[in-house]
Design a protein around this ligand. Structure first.
Ligand code: NAD
Length: 371
């Protein structure tokens, strides 16, 4: 095997729900390209259960630092609670490993800039998991929109209306600024607005509201926003964990067609619907509705694109400015909601309280103590 096609040695940090349920199947799918060599968890019982599940000769560690020193993996997958992501990502980058880290990649723009500095110093890359970008339906929709095939994007809706109960928020790291970084904006709707940004490109201005209506959390349990994109399109964004009828939706009205994605936690081609404007000939419409393949959005699809980038030695999708843009959108949404003023793209820089933390030290939001 030449170095460019050797199996990459992979370690996981955190062996809980997302690593066992989504990263492990992705590693198995790409078994010809990766070898799971080590797993880390501070909870020995979870670590043991994961190693049993992985069914391979996977070395177990309770310290990420010890694992990195001993194993020197090519790629590290991080699935720990969000407050650990920055530190573990920076440590893995410094050890020379590429990183694919669960969302949110970190808790603030300040933390992101630490990761960017570690990338710069080490020459390796950190990507955030946003699996919905990588299914064939999203790839196809993005090609159609960015090539201009659907006409100018004009109006968009981005809806994450999910439901989470009190037991969900009883897990200590959830609903707290210092450990989760925010509420449904940072933890749930971030998937959908990451995809909206991926489809529509840079935004220019945001106005927003947030509320804590049901849950005993520090952060919000619902937020809404109005967004103007650089291309002129106007969008609404809703991030809720209060919605009994759960659905994830994106709708984009372009001059020649409406594109609609309706799903919950993942999508495939049939979840994308194209409705042509009356003047559009049917041959064009047929091409819109037929992507070349049907690849479900998944950790498997994202891992495949990351391994392609690794093999080619290029920056992987979902890293660098791309990863920062999604966090910058979340920070701007919080700033607009908590200050009541519009926020322009790029205005949150070092010195701005919303650069350091998503609550921006706002007295009503930053100081709420959990009962
Ligand atoms: N991409 C998605 O669709 C998706 C879905 C669910 C969760 N997530 C994200 O995945 C992450 C983990 O969520 P989860 O639901 O799997 O949580 P979880 O609690 O099930 O798993 C987290 C694991 O990390 C371990 N851990 C804690 N501290 C550690 C440390 N210092 N070193 C090593 N291991 C440590 C815990 O013991 C636990 O096993 C979160 O960031 C969450 O937002 C992403």
């Amino acid at each position: 095997m030449s170095p460019s096609t050797a199996r990459r040695r992979v370690a996981v940090i955190g062996t809980g729900a997302i690593v066992s349920g989504s990263h492990l199947p992705a590693l198995r799918h790409h078994a010809d390209r990766v070898e799971l060599v080590a797993a880390v968890d501070v909870d020995q019982a979870r670590l043991d259960a994961f190693r049993e599940l992985a069914g391979e000769d996977v070395a177990g560690y309770t310290s990420a630092g010890d694992m990195l020193d001993a194993v020197r993996p090519d790629l590290v997958l991080i699935g720990t609670p969000p407050w650990l992501h920055r530190e573990q990502t920076v440590t893995a980058l410094k050890a020379g490993a590429w990183v694919l880290c669960e969302k949110p990649l970190c808790l603030s723009l300040a933390e992101y800039d630490d990761i960017a500095a570690a990338e710069e110093a080490s020459g390796v890359y950190a990507s955030a998991v946003f699996q919905h970008r990588y299914g064939s339906g999203a790839v196809h929709a993005r090609e159609l929109i960015t090539s201009g095939e659907l006409g100018a994007p004009l109006v968009a809706h981005c809806q994450t209306t999910w439901h989470r109960d009190a037991a969900y928020f009883a897990v200590p790291w959830r609903g707290r600024w210092a450990t989760e970084g925010g509420g449904p904006t940072m933890g749930h709707g971030i998937h959908q607005f990451d995809l909206l940004l991926h489809l529509l490109g840079p935004w220019a201005e945001i106005r927003a509201m947030a509320a804590r209506l049901v849950h005993d959390t520090e952060s919000e349990d619902v937020s809404t926003a109005l967004v103007r994109f650089e291309n002129g399109a106007l969008a609404t964004v809703v991030n809720s964990v209060l919605s009994p009828h759960e659905v994830s939706r994106i709708r984009i009205d372009c001059a020649d067609a409406t594109v609609e994605l309706t799903h919950l936690y993942g999508n495939r081609n049939d979840d994308w619907v194209y409705t042509p404007a009356p003047h559009v000939p049917s041959e064009r419409v047929t091409a819109w509705r037929t992507p070349a393949a049907d690849v479900p959005s998944s950790h498997t699809a994202q891992l495949g694109t990351l391994l392609d980038a690794y093999d080619n030695g290029v920056r992987p999708p979902g890293s660098g400015p791309d990863a920062r843009a999604t966090l910058a959108f979340a920070a701007a949404l919080y700033k607009a909601a908590f200050t009541g003023s519009p926020v322009l793209a790029g205005e949150i820089s070092p010195g701005d309280p919303f650069y350091q933390a998503m609550h921006g030290d706002h007295p009503h939001w930053a100081l709420k103590e959990r009962a």
